[in-house]
Design a protein around this ligand. Sequence first.
Ligand SMILES: [Zn+2]
Length: 172
Amino acid sequence: MNLYTMKTPLCSMCMKSDFLCSGCSQKLIEGDLSETAIDVSRTLFKLSEKVPSLQTATIHQVITTADSLVILTGEGDGPKVVGKSGKIVKMLAEKTSKSVRVIENSNNFEEIIRGLIFPVQVQGINTLFSAGGEKKKVVISLKDKGRIPFNDLSFRNVVQKLTNREAVLCFE
Ligand SMILES: [Zn+2]
């Protein structure tokens, strides 16, 4: 008997079926869920029947941009979703044709940003204050510009969803 069930952005009923309940449908309409997030949640759930470590994993968010897929996991759950030798991530990358990032949930803004753009190094993170509020400026070396799987807009959207904060990428 399974004592644990993986948690995903989908409710447990929708995760196990091909249907969407009214709650999850509403999330899809409002943009809190995407077709890809639904697909990834169901794929990982199916896989958890064969990969026991996934059964205790929590997936908080699956965020997609044009080229990448960002999976926000519970603290300590990153390796479970990455899989042995990156096996699960590779499978997801092939399935979705996107570059896949797995990030563990953290209150540490810098840690999330480092995970997001790894293996590119963050040169610095500065806080910009304006009338509109606080903004984080993430500084990256100009030579790494082509190595980041996000453009300015998708970076901003992903960071907003992950951390609820405004951020701008800056190459220096
Ligand atoms: Zn549901």
